[in-house]
Design a protein around this ligand. Sequence first.
Ligand SMILES: C[S@@+](CC[C@H](N)C(=O)[O-])C[C@H]1O[C@@H](n2cnc3c(N)ncnc32)[C@H](O)[C@@H]1O
Length: 230
Amino acid sequence: MKIVISEDGSPTLYSDAFKESYHSFRGALAESVYVYIKNGLDKWFKGQKLTDRPIRIFEMGFGTGLNLLLAHDWAVRNKQRIEFVSIELWPLPSALLHDIAWEKYGFVREWALQLHDAPCEQTVSFGDGLSLYKINKDFTTWVAEAAWQNSFDVIFYDAFGPRKQPELWTLEQLEKSCLMLRDGGLFCTYSAQSRFRRHLDSLGMQTEKFKGPLGKKHMVVAWKPLGLSE
Ligand SMILES: C[S@@+](CC[C@H](N)C(=O)[O-])C[C@H]1O[C@@H](n2cnc3c(N)ncnc32)[C@H](O)[C@@H]1O
């Protein structure tokens, strides 16, 4: 595993095992903001009647924790609380985390490291509207708690791509994810692979395809229609 500086100056990681980077080489920060904040949280939030409850986000693939840092920053700006649940099979080694230039993402190193230090399989509250529950398991065999069905507002599906990890883009794994979404919730990812889009269609999700990040042709989000889980 090595740190690579992407074209927008922000760091990403390159996995030798998967021969794939964690983010786009054209801009790690720009891609994550575009996919998960602008076309994820912002999009979902626009259609909401404000309530007093925290927004629940599930992430497949914690990795660097960049999406959590961005979601928390978004929540602070929008005066919202978030409950963030993220699953990661291979947590990053501490030495590598210390070498990441967190300031290039606009975050303070100690804050990022604190999130990584949070223990798994328990809820950790950070006192400013953020609660974090990390799961150190394989998503393909993991079974979501019954209470988590229909409970998440937004899913960040940030696995390696369908060509590298086909097992994570199957109908079965996507169904597991969509069952965790509330009706009206948003499934969000950077991929626009047509096979995976057809899986979402067959699950009754309403897919939207539009311009992808950083010159990428397309990306897809999928809404869970009201009444789907009844
Ligand atoms: C494309 S990277 C993105 C990571 C992260 N969201 C980020 O911004 O750094 C995909 C992540 O999924 C994790 N992953 C891959 N297969 C997994 C599995 N079966 N279960 C849980 N995590 C997995 C990888 O270890 C990696 O951290």
